[in-house]
Design a protein around this ligand. Structure first.
Ligand code: GLN
Length: 545
């Protein structure tokens, strides 16, 4: 049985330092050394999952293969590593209390007072251990503690990981603290005090970090590292600098490697014999990351893709999608320029001007009525002007509604999500959804199979006749309209294996070079080292539009 080591990453000074990308990059580096990793997020909020939160509150909801609605950091973990994540990888305070209270009601704690220590902290520790239950091939479990040290909500999690070290041993647990080392611009001075305070805050919880990763605008010089080392009680070679990156977050594994973070981790756990420590290790996996960074630094071509949605001011609302679009350009070294179009501001009058230089149009998933008419204009423009079009989830709904209104002449065709009384409900609530009243975790969620029509564009793109892709929706193509669409040239190219659900649609290749929409979210499965075929095809078709 393999010995599993645990790496805990906490954040200090400020939020939004990129803890998720950092831990994912550490995962990538450990994989590059031949280890198997998994990554878990412990989120301090009380919602059971982020599924019911607005993108303004929380950014994108990332869906795992087994249908958990999770934090967008899990997207980074899957993109940067080969770890296949599940429900168990995403834990919230809500879930922890839910199980403890359920157990209390059942009578499992009869006679006792239920308390944060030990009942809540035990539940947290169990969730961490659960990740490797029945799996003996994991070398490293990486755990991200959400929030910032000093938050009231994080305290039980910090206490739990403090105890975890006691249970598992110092030699098997490593604490990494990610902090900010700001520069006061007027004085031009780099300040270490916030980091010192943040480490003190952690010490109050009984945790002495073993490695510090310091976010700063520039690389920290040796003197600064020595100062931080002295005040924070950490050897200076374990003070890692994480400067702002210029081109792409895919550079972070390489920067951490340059700073010897992977070597420090290996040395901490005394694993040099299994994975030798080299100063300038050339590693085939790291070379792949280098090639990706090259696409951003020295692109050979570029395309402009309009993404038409209603949360465009908020990058994190479409995090996986934006990443997947950039992956689509990697094989042919194409830089993908995103033109974020707010659908509420798009109309028949201004679309020509706004889309003047656009090479391809994408409509992402979404909910509710706001901005729908702008999205329908975008579909119409792409369909009529033969611009490559890619619709995802609500984007498929829009493509179907537009086709119904403008090709089939079903004037007020709509989805019942927006107009329950429409004469032509071409998209409607799925049958299995009709009795559901609870909002949390009740959509059609997770991976489901889809079978492609022989000779379809989708079959050609994937190079196979069936795929498993992840879903998150309640509404679907309405089957009684199938023939009306088919007669007018819309190909229902992908169906669920029982034939009941329309999963993908496309326009015949003779009518349009690339007009494709899918009910599922392919963006969740695209990785920089393994870009999704649909995004590759979309970007390459946009290049030659
Ligand atoms: N609002 C639509 C539905 O629930 C689409 C969801 C989505 O785009 N993820 O079916």
């Amino acid at each position: 049985m393999k010995k599993t080591r645990y790496i805990f990453v906490t954040g200090g000074v400020a939020s939004s330092l990129g803890k998720g990308v950092s831990i994912a990059s550490i995962g990538a580096l450990l994989e590059a050394r031949g280890f198997k990793v998994t990554i878990q997020k412990l989120d301090p909020y009380i919602n059971v999952d982020p599924g019911t939160m607005s993108p303004f509150q929380h950014g994108e909801v990332y869906v795992t293969e087994d249908g958990a609605e999770t934090d967008l950091d899990l997207g980074y973990y899957e993109r940067y590593t080969g770890a296949q994540l599940s429900r168990a990888n995403s834990v919230t305070t809500g879930q922890i209390y839910f199980s403890v209270i359920e157990r209390e009601r059942r009578g499992d704690y009869l006679g006792r007072t239920v308390q944060v220590i030990p009942h809540i902290t035990n539940e947290i520790k169990n969730r961490i251990l659960l990740l490797t239950k029945n799996k003996n091939n994991i070398d490293f479990v990486l755990v991200e503690i959400g929030g910032t040290v000093g938050d009231i909500e994080s305290v039980p999690f910090l206490e739990a990981i403090r105890q975890f070290r006691l249970d598992c041993g110092v030699e098997n647990t490593l604490f990494i603290h990610l902090t900010l080392v700001p520069t006061i611009t007027v004085a031009g001075e780099v300040k270490t005090k916030p980091t010192q305070h943040s480490v003190k805050e952690l010490l109050k919880q009984g945790i002495q970090p073993d490695i510090l990763v310091c976010r700063a605008s520039k690389k920290l010089d040796e003197d600064l590292k020595k100062k931080i080392s002295l005040f924070c009680n950490i050897p200076s070679h374990r003070v890692i600098s994480a400067p702002d990156i210029e081109d792409t977050i895919y550079e972070i594994p390489l920067i951490y490697h340059e700073e010897s973070l992977d070597n420090e981790i290996i040395k901490y756990f005394n694993m040099q014999e299994i994975s030798p420590v080299f100063e300038n290790m050339k590693n085939p996996l790291l070379e792949k990351w280098e090639r990706i960074v090259d696409v951003f630094k020295k692109p050979e071509k570029s395309v402009k893709i309009a993404v038409v949605g209603k949360y465009m001011s908020l990058n994190d609302a479409y995090r996986s999608l934006f990443e997947a679009l950039s992956h689509g350009g990697f094989p042919s070294k194409i830089k993908v320029e995103l033109v974020k179009v707010n659908s509420e501001e798009l109309n028949a009058q201004n679309i020509k001007e706004i889309f003047k230089e656009i090479d391809g149009v994408l409509i992402p998933g979404g909910f509710g009525e706001r901005g729908i008419e702008g999205k329908l204009e975008a579909v119409k423009y792409a369909r009529e002007n033969k611009l490559p079009f890619f619709g995802i989830c609500l984007g498929l709904h829009c493509a179907v509604i537009e086709f119904a209104r403008n090709v089939l002449n079903y004037k007020d065709a709509n989805t019942t999500e927006i107009d329950p009384d429409t004469k032509y409900p071409v998209i409607s609530l799925m049958e299995e959804q009709s009795d559901i009243t609870d909002k949390g975790g009740t959509m059609r969620l997770g991976a489901f199979p889809c079978q492609f029509k022989k000779g379809s564009l989708l079959e050609q793109i994937y190079g196979k006749s069936s795929v498993n892709e992840r879903h998150r929706h309640r509404y679907e193509f309405t089957n009684k309209f199938r023939n009306d669409f088919i007669k007018h040239g819309l190909v229902l190219s992908g169906l669920s294996p029982d034939g009941n659900l329309v999963e993908t649609i496309e326009l015949d290749k003779k009518l349009h070079p690339f007009f494709v929409a899918v009910q599922y979210h392919p963006e969740f499965k695209s990785k920089p080292l393994d870009p999704h075929p649909m995004f590759i095809e979309f970007i390459e078709k946009s290049l030659i539009k």
